[in-house]
Design a binder for this molecule. Structure first.
Ligand code: CDP
Ligand code: ZN
Length: 163
């Protein structure tokens, strides 16, 4: 019998350019400039949300929360992710673990990784040891390396045993 597991992948990009807090995984990171976006532009929460939707075959974040909808203007992305976590639970699925990579030349994220890990784990309702946060620079090349944007990737494993 094959263990009923599902993998999901999420990817998101936001460019720098707005005077607002820089939020990564719900954690405010001190930086002179924030990210542009219709919601609060939390690039990591968006990637995690898409990974969960992918694992459970529920489409993508734009289908759930259209960025043309004024209701989602400046919205707290933790709330969007919490809605999707609730839908995953409703399907009887359980989040096994999640692995994330944040691509950013600046700011330096290593001091903030523990807080981001705790924040993501809390929002997913799983222990922090099932969440991993990695950071990479862009080696000073391309839009990441020139600090024009931040990109986040997330891979999640979901157990469907309860479904
Ligand atoms: O060494 P390698 O080229 O694989 O990675 P890097 O992009 O040079 O990043 C080296 C280290 O810096 C990693 O361990 C990251 O955790 C850390 N880093 C960081 O703290 N903040 C960033 N914005 C990017 C990377
Ligand atoms: Zn986004």
């Amino acid at each position: 019998m094959v263990t009923p597991m599902r993998v999901g992948h999420g990817h998101d990009t936001h460019r720098f350019g707005e005077e607002r807090p820089l939020l990564i995984g719900g954690v405010e990171i001190p930086h002179p400039i924030g990210l542009v976006g219709h919601s609060d532009a939390d690039v990591l929460f968006h990637a995690v949300t898409d990974a969960l939707l992918g694992a459970t075959g529920q489409g993508d974040i734009g289908e759930w929360f259209p960025d043309t909808d004024p209701a989602h203007k400046d919205q707290d992305s933790r709330e969007l992710l919490a809605d999707v976590v609730a839908s995953v639970r409703k399907l009887g699925a359980e989040i096994v673990n999640i692995d994330c990579t944040i691509h950013a030349q600046r700011p330096k994220l290593s001091p903030h990784k523990p807080a981001i890990r705790e924040s993501v784990a809390r929002t997913l309702g799983i222990p922090a040891d099932r969440v991993n946060i990695k950071a990479k620079t862009g080696e000073k090349v391309g839009p990441i390396g020139r600090s024009e944007a931040i990109v986040a990737d997330a891979v999640v494993l979901v157990s469907m045993e309860g479904t």
